[in-house]
Design a protein around this ligand. Structure first.
Ligand SMILES: [Zn+2]
Length: 301
């Protein structure tokens, strides 16, 4: 999960080389899940299509600066999320869009979860010059944290430590309170606090040993932001596909059900919804064609 996959890197290279078939593949591959995500937020098919189209154009416009940390999918979801927040702001709605809406937190399901302003909105309040000065250093630190985080999650998956993984998802991804988490997993609040403390300490140690830095402090809010932006714990789309086909073991099905239903991960809900729609259906095909037509002008520039 920590490295972008080869297929994505190949597609990016094709687009950079001006290959239209490569662009068609990107649109065909990703438009369905982005559209499903946008529709859940906007409750309007046409508005959703427009914003997905803007998202693809946004990818093309930012291609020179594009640095793929994880996957093309997470990158497109990040652009889409920012576009949605901009559109919420224009229409006077709340200004933030969390990537998940945990049921137990008393939040509304189906994309209406709107919490406090998060870090990437806060950044706008920092003066431009100060931000530029700090930005390079911050990127290096965040990359180191991201590596430590994705390694740690991979380790939990391999060891099938799914209870811990659920706890950390609830703490950092869903930003739920220890009390709610304790109730959901049947543990004491103190235990949740201890697990969280150990997890953060391990990340700091991992960064220290990897970078040779002396004193590393892992900021919870940065950890949550990286988790939301790069979604290291989300099941792969192929895993969701296996679940639909009944090919996944019960323990993993149960975990994914938690991730999608209890945690309320919007991106995975969108992926699942998209997988259940046959991509050859004429409506999906025509959306794909329209997006392709309207973005191709930016592609050829
Ligand atoms: Zn997810």
């Amino acid at each position: 999960m920590s490295q972008p996959n080869q297929a994505d890197q190949f597609l990016i290279q094709q687009i950079r080389d001006g290959n239209e078939d490569g662009w068609r593949q990107v649109v065909d591959r990703y438009q369905g899940r982005l559209w499903a995500f946008a529709r859940r937020q906007l409750h309007d098919d046409q508005a959703a299509e427009d914003i997905v189209q803007e998202t693809f154009v946004g990818l093309l416009k930012g291609l020179d600066r594009l640095e793929l940390w994880t996957s093309l999918e997470t990158c497109l979801f990040t652009i889409l999320r920012r576009r949605l927040v901009d559109s919420f702001r224009r229409s006077g709605r709340a200004q933030q869009l969390r990537m998940c809406a945990p049921r137990s937190a008393g939040q509304l399901d189906d994309g209406d979860s709107l919490g406090d302003a998060d870090q990437w909105i806060d950044r706008r309040n920092v003066s431009a010059s100060k931000y530029a000065e700090q930005s390079e250093q911050r990127t290096i630190q965040e990359r180191a944290l991201w590596r430590a985080l994705s390694n740690s999650i991979e380790h939990l998956r391999q060891e099938t430590k799914l209870r811990e993984l659920r706890v950390f998802e609830m703490v950092f991804y869903a930003q739920m309170r220890n009390k709610e988490i304790a109730e959901l997993v049947g543990m004491e609040q103190q235990q949740i606090g201890l697990l969280k403390h150990r997890f953060v300490r391990r990340l700091a140690e991992d960064i220290q040993s990897g970078t040779g830095s002396g004193d590393v402090v892992v900021d919870d809010s940065v950890l949550s932001r990286l988790w939301e932006e790069h979604r290291p714990s989300c099941p792969k789309r192929s895993t969701l596909g296996k679940m639909i086909l009944g090919l996944l073991s019960p323990v993993w099905c149960e975990y994914i059900d938690f991730h999608i239903e209890t945690l309320g991960c919007h991106a995975c809900q969108a992926n699942l919804q998209d997988l259940r729609i046959d991509s050859s259906q004429s409506s999906a095909k025509s959306v794909s064609d329209r997006i392709l037509q309207s973005s191709i002008g930016f592609f050829r520039k």
